[in-house]
Design a protein around this ligand. Sequence first.
Ligand code: GLN
Length: 509
Amino acid sequence: MSDIIRLTAADLAEKLSEGEISSVEATQAHLDRIAEVDGDVHAFLHVSDHALEAAEAVDRRRAAGEELGPVAGVPLAIKDVLVTTDMPSTSGSRILEGYMSPFDATVVARARAAGLVPLGKTNMDEFAMGSSTEHSAYGPTRNPWDLDRIPGGSGGGSAAAVAAFEAPLALGSDTGGSIRQPAHVTGTVGVKPTYGGVSRYGAIALASSLDQIGPVTRTVLDSALLHDVVGGHDPHDATSLADAWPSFAAAAREGARGDVLKGLRVGVVKELPDSGFQPGVAESFRAALETLEAQGAEIVEVSAPHFEYAVAAYYLILPAEASSNLAKFDSVRFGMRVDVPGGTVEDVMSATRDAGFGPEVKRRIILGTYALSAGYYDAYYGSAQKVRTLIQQDFARAFADVDVIATPTAPTTAFRIGEKIDDPLSMYLNDLTTIPANLAGVPGISIPSGLASDDGLPTGIQFLAPAREDVRLYRVGAALEALLVDAWGGPLLDRAPRLGGSLLEGGAR
Ligand code: GLN
């Protein structure tokens, strides 16, 4: 495996700025890696024809002595939920097959302006509905740690690309955990920013009150660097916060260096049932807490009595919003059209949506329209919104006593492809610990906490902070990461065993 692709984005950026490596070389190394392993991993739906061109442009600007941003020349993978002018944007759906957007999502435009080099578009569950990438209309992505297992979802493509060294940086979207849970099962880092902290303009909407765009990387600092590039106010997104954000990269560097853990109050939710977690996941979580405690952090039990209703509330609010957002795929405005000779406009619409949407999308549209229908609105959608308020109050009370809250990122390690696909409820329950953050709008980070002792697969710890305090996540995440990587004698991904045909040790299986 080429050494270039093993570099973190931060290290690669440094070598680029020192002229040790060109962006063309870095980009070519990643394109070669994609060619080598993506037939097995299937992290990408589309590989860019313009990557080398973009890399050349950065190299030229650098050679001309232009002042470039801190990550200029570093390659980037982009979840297919984000629209791009030079590559198709399908959101993992047949209904948008080949769809070309007339504009770039704000985060993509910002990435390009910062000199990041788009490598391609990554696979995802259709319209970001799922926890395994198995709901993609284009076939599942496989977990590089074990090709028979899921890479998480909905952003399994972005996480797998980063874990398999196909890209140093990736963008994801997180509506109920789609950045954090894939990070957890692939041994990578994922951040869901504060709601409104990163623009959603040009992100194909799933549930507008929950969606956030964020980074997927191999280190906390790399996530911070990418967040610094894509975050901040965007007049095109009415929910975008006007805040001036601090440098997240500076916070990550401070965390990795200093003793930010001394006196830090870390909340652990009393009501999260220990029994609901795979033993190896719970054990790794407790060990990470002990590492924090050994550095002077205080572990405090907090009560969040309404967390247990989060999954139920989410799976009413999300389908309700999704059914409305997806109404625009009407055979007229975007994408696919199935002609019905002699049929009415409704016949065409119905045939198109029947052929264009997969079973999970149909399930949620039906759920959502039912929950919103007259006579049921108060009982379902209205009640779910009340639960959402109670969860927000749980967070407010807890954050009065602690600086951050910690949970295992998800209840289990990567499950097998096919294991939950016919059991939607058990798939939904995988979102137990990630969903509350979306319902409350607070930021969350998942970092690798180790390998579960029972199956040897990666597992993660999630930190949550009050809204607008994303900076805490980078400080605390980088501090714990530094301690764990030290204890492991190197990054977790370097310790990947050859599980079921892992690709991490180089070469094809
Ligand atoms: N697994 C969750 C769902 O299926 C999360 C989706 C997401 O964050 N986009 O809705």
